[in-house]
Design a protein around this ligand. Structure first.
Ligand code: BG6
Length: 508
């Protein structure tokens, strides 16, 4: 048994894609692992005219597609799922919702412990949080004395100004401690393992600084194009969709100082300092530090791939970037002078997210050159997904006469290490929220600083129509200019070669 308080998880936007693909499978997995309390309920809220039974059938269908389900277990889980028809963002939707919440609170004896999950379009964040506030169910009250937590999904605004405005609005009705901003990258097991790798072992941390590290690169590549999300994506682009949030969060975990303890406050204070230390991007250097790209038509396995501008919902003259690469610095004692490179894009050869730390060259070349005649540097590769693990690259002597050296790899793979399957990011994050642990959620100040960092790029792209947008063939590793950006420090690690003509699984 576990110690999670009895509670109701209220999902606004409950018939949407995220609920079906992520939230319900995550809740179901928690249920199967016996991690949900005996008294819990899920209350879906939406416009669709579902009865409880219809809603359960709808969820069951989703679970069949996205989870391994057994009838007995899913029946037990589904019994706790309920639904209320309510457009809660409109004032006339409030009474039906509050009445249903009250009934379920009585039925399940949840004592007013409520999680509100906003799985809705972002424009509904403000009205829904406001209506929770004016209905007196955002904070503990006489009627509902228990805790209240609000989970929201990115985008947390679309620039610095709107992020501040959203935070201010949410904080009018909820205290900051009640707000859980999800970045699902922080829920990934391997992202959390960055902290354990760094702060549990003595071998890494002494090397984790400007004295030993030559540069850091982070790649989050995706095999798929924008699919049917063209409408949303075109107003976001790779910078807002991936870099401002997921990639900068990985940077923070990679670059932060050790927290004094593992409290959420201590961890988040340290990640905040990383954002505070990001060297501001200046207009003069922007073109030398940022490369934006957009995928163009290509043929893979004799199948023609759309250009981005041919995708559904995308204007034919769109200048939205589907790829971005950025070079930047963290101006603090640990990282002074160490370049960081990040890149992310859609329609690249494969789906892979990894952090590559390249160490400095030896101070004096005893063996001068390795067998292939190239300079060699140690690398530590933290593979976030897939094939999760860590790899160390180092040199070994080639057996035989002489002292020729060749690089080799030492691997740790999660799949080989543990029989326990890696939980989904949503499973982990939902469970943390139920326990009131906000360590892996983003605080308001961090969101604002991350936007502030990328704001000069947003401004320049909006204001300067001549800022280059480079095409890259769908299925390639992005525009040539992204390679040029990295070249002075060595090539981007290319974990999979010659992939454009095959389906790719990219091994660590
Ligand atoms: C989401 C983005 O936040 O992350 C998507 O909106 C992207 O565009 C996704 O595909 C990538 O997540 P993951 O876990 O598949 O790397």
């Amino acid at each position: 048994m576990n110690s999670v308080d009895s509670h109701i998880l209220v999902i606004f936007g409950s018939s949407g894609d995220l609920t079906k693909r992520m939230l319900m499978p995550a809740m179901y997995d928690l249920y199967k692992k016996n991690l949900l309390p005996k008294n819990y309920a899920i209350l879906g809220v939406g416009r669709t005219q579902f009865t409880d039974t219809e809603y359960r059938n709808h969820i069951a269908k989703g679970l069949q597609t996205h989870s391994a389900i057994t009838k007995n277990e899913s029946d037990g889980f589904l019994q706790h799922c309920h639904y209320v028809v309510s457009e809660f963002q409109k004032t006339n939707g409030i009474p039906a919702f509050v009445q249903r919440l009250t009934e379920l609170d009585n039925k399940y004896k949840t004592q007013g412990n409520f999680i509100y999950y906003l799985s809705t379009p972002p424009q509904l964040y403000k009205p829904i949080s406001e209506h929770l506030g004016i209905s007196n169910i955002a904070k503990p009250s006489h009627t509902f004395p228990g805790w209240k937590r609000l989970i929201i999904e990115k985008p947390f605004g679309i620039n610095t100004e709107t992020a501040i405005s959203l935070n201010t609005h949410l904080q009018t009705y909820f205290d900051e401690e009640q707000i859980y901003r999800i970045d699902h990258y922080l829920g990934k097991e391997t992202a959390q393992n960055i902290l354990v790798t760094r702060f549990f072992n003595t071998v890494f941390e002494p090397l984790w600084n400007r004295n030993h590290i030559h540069h850091v690169e982070i790649t989050a590549s995706e095999r798929e194009g924008v699919g049917n999300r063209g409408g949303y994506y075109d107003s976001a682009g790779a910078l807002r969709d991936m870099l401002q949030n997921h990639l900068l969060q990985l940077v923070a975990l990679m670059a932060m100082e050790p927290p004094t303890n593992f409290s959420s406050k201590a961890i988040r204070n340290e990640t905040l300092k990383v954002f505070e230390s990001l060297r501001p991007l200046t207009l003069e250097k922007l073109e030398r530090q940022v490369v934006r790209g957009q995928y163009t038509q290509s043929t893979i396995k004799e199948k023609q791939q759309n250009a981005y501008t041919e995708e559904n919902g995308v204007p034919h003259d769109s200048k939205t970037e589907t790829f971005v690469a950025l070079k930047f610095f963290i101006d603090n004692w640990r990282w002074g002078g160490v370049p960081f490179f990040v890149r992310t894009g859609k329609n690249l050869p494969t789906r892979v997210s990894e952090i590559v730390i390249t160490f400095k060259h030896i101070p004096h070349p005893v063996f001068i050159k390795n067998a292939s005649g190239q300079e060699f540097k140690n690398q530590l590769i933290i593979r976030i997904q897939p094939d999760e693990g860590i790899m160390m690259r180092f040199g070994v002597k080639i057996p035989g006469i002489g002292f020729d050296v060749e690089p080799t790899n030492m691997n740790f793979k999660y799949a080989e290490h543990s029989k326990v399957s890696i939980p989904s990011a949503y499973e982990r994050l939902l469970f943390d929220c139920m326990n009131g642990d906000s360590s892996l959620f983003i605080r308001a100040d961090a969101v604002e600083l991350a936007w502030k960092f990328v704001q000069p790029i947003i401004d320049e792209w909006e204001q300067n129509p001549d800022f280059p947008l480079y095409g890259y063939p769908a299925g390639s590793w992005g525009p040539k200019e992204a390679f040029d950006l990295k070249k002075p420090y060595g090539e981007w690690r290319q974990p999979c070669k010659n992939l454009t003509n095959s389906d790719t699984y990219c091994e660590l």
